[in-house]
Design a protein around this ligand. Structure first.
Ligand code: NAP
Length: 486
């Protein structure tokens, strides 16, 4: 272990590292041992962070974009050197396997900073317009420029699954656009985020441009949603909390970027490559134990290949090693907390009580820690709650279909619409099915996505898009400036 349980963690408010009067324990889900003690921000400290961000806004938004992006580039270079040392802490508090920590938790964060190190021209002139004479003035050519202005103070509230990456994906475009930010990570695993912000603080962002508060419950985050000084909530988390935040923030007309829950459909057509599709589906189990909003947890398979898909999935699940995420051959680590483990187990039990059959897994291994064995539920119908509910754990459900129209209907029969998948022997037909899905993102014959593709959800999976240039759009207000041609 390359961190000390008694290390000191503080909040960053207005350029000062501030202690708190209370702290709470962060637990390693592999061992249930204490990883460290997180600072517990008060509501007053949340409000102080909002005031600090507001105070820094005028000068930061007036700083040329090239200078702001240069600081992001400097941050990317420093993070590239320093982030790898955070891997043991990230693993201990999130329960990520070595593979997930090394390939996703840290490098994806760097990718976000690297992209926004290059300034972009986001303003656009409109073609001059020949106006007729009106009561307001004579006829003539009218010019207009469409400028993108920063929204202002952005509170970035994130979930527990990819703590640093989620925050990097929010603050890099927000800062590039000239916003100031308050970071509020998830309560379960904020310690590496604090270390990450310490690194950013060395880069030389002006005081108040980046602020950080941490808390074990919703009080501090909720104070940011209520604050008149906060202009925008950039939230990633469950659809339930997202709707609460929209409702609560409506009183102060908050701008919202909402990246919410998912129950990813994966359609397998009769002619698809079953072996490849099964490998993709097994990623639900082997990639952060299914704690991924984009995971293909809802398999919709042509009846002619249903049984062989079930058989292959059962064999794949049995081959995965469940265990301490720090052992290199472990593929399925723990869920983040006892609460999350117990929730997933309760959902499986309810599903079985309502008629689902466990084809594999469905139980917890006999060991310390918050583990659930890779689980496949069969004998389910499209309306069953196990097909509708997001588990956020290593659980896959599988439903057969007879024709491809029906497959599309089953896939769209969901409150969610974040990330869906199509496995098809014919790429053209696969792309055509993709276009019929009510889903912000679709992958055909693969599970990867373009890092600059717009990311976000249809329906209860969210509002707005980020990544690439769409991230700059998400963190800006559009302003039109008009003047007559002379
Ligand atoms: P969560 O329970 O919704 O919590 C997310 C964040 O919201 C935490 O920081 C939480 O901290 C905060 N929060 C809760 N109540 C709040 C309130 N009233 N005001 C302000 N903040 C509040 O989600 P989670 O369990 O951490 O993560 C799992 C969920 O995230 C899943 O639904 C998953 O699909 C979704 N997710 C979506 C994406 C995406 O990109 N679409 C990515 C990853 C995860 P406190 O409880 O301390 O307030």
């Amino acid at each position: 272990m390359s961190f000390n349980v008694d290390e000191d963690y503080k909040l960053l408010i207005g350029g000062e590292w501030v202690p708190t009067s209370a702290r709470y324990d962060i637990i390693d889900p592999n061992t249930t041992e204490v990883v460290g003690h997180a600072p517990e921000a008060s509501v007053q400290q949340a409000n102080d962070a909002a005031s600090a961000a507001k105070g820094a806004l005028k000068s930061w938004r007036a700083t040329p974009m090239a200078e702001r992006c240069a600081l992001l580039g400097k941050a990317a270079d420093l993070l590239a050197r320093r982030l790898p040392a955070l891997a043991p802490l990230v693993q201990a508090e999130t329960g990520s396997t070595i593979n997930v920590a090394e390939t996703m938790q840290l490098p994806a964060c760097l990718e976000r900073f690297n992209y926004y190190r290059n300034p972009q021209d986001v303003d656009e002139p409109l073609k001059p317009y020949a106006l007729g004479a009106t009561a307001l003035g004579p006829a003539g050519l009218q010019n207009a420029m469409v400028y993108r202005q920063p929204v202002g103070v952005v509170a970035c509230i994130t979930p527990y699954n990819f703590p640093i990456t989620n925050i990097a994906g929010k603050i890099a475009p927000a800062l590039a656009m000239g916003n100031t930010v308050i970071i509020k990570p998830a309560p379960q695993d904020p310690l590496a985020v604090i270390r990450f912000v310490e690194i950013l603080d060395e880069v030389g962002f002006p005081p108040g441009v980046i602020n950080l508060i941490v808390g074990s419950g919703p009080d501090a985050g909720s104070a940011l949603v209520d604050s008149k000084l906060v202009n925008m909530i950039s939230f990633t988390g469950s659809s339930l909390i997202g709707t609460r935040i929209i409702e609560q923030g409506g009183k102060t007309m908050k701008r919202n970027l909402m990246e919410l829950g998912g129950k990813g459909a994966l359609i397998m057509t009769a002619d698809c490559n079953v072996a490849n599709a099964v490998t993709a589906i097994a990623s639900v189990w082997a990639f952060h134990s299914g704690q991924i909003c984009t995971a293909p947890t809802r398999v919709i398979v042509h009846r002619s290949i249903y049984q062989q898909t079930v058989d292959r999935l059962v064999a794949a699940a049995k081959a995965l090693k469940v265990g301490d995420a720090r052992e290199r051959d472990t593929l399925v680590g723990p869920l983040v907390t006892k609460t999350q483990r117990d929730r997933v187990v309760a959902l499986i039990e309810r599903g079985v009580a309502e008629g689902a059959t466990v084809a594999v897994g469905g139980d917890v291994p006999d060991r310390v820690g918050y583990f659930v064995n890779p689980t496949l539920l069969v004998d389910v119908k499209p309306d069953d709650f196990v097909v509708q509910e997001e588990f956020f754990g290593p659980v896959v459900v599988i439903v057969p279909f007879d024709d491809e129209d029906e497959a599309v209907d089953i896939a769209n029969n969901s409150d969610y619409g974040l990330f869906s998948y199509v496995w098809c022997g014919d790429l053209g037909r696969g792309l055509s099915i993709a276009r019929q899905l009510e889903s912000g993102n679709v992958a055909v014959n693969g599970v990867q996505s373009h890092p600059q593709a717009p990311f976000g959800g249809f329906k209860m999976s969210g509002v707005g898009r980020d990544r690439g240039v769409f991230g700059l759009h998400a963190y800006s207000e559009v302003q039109a400036v008009n003047w007559p041609a002379v």
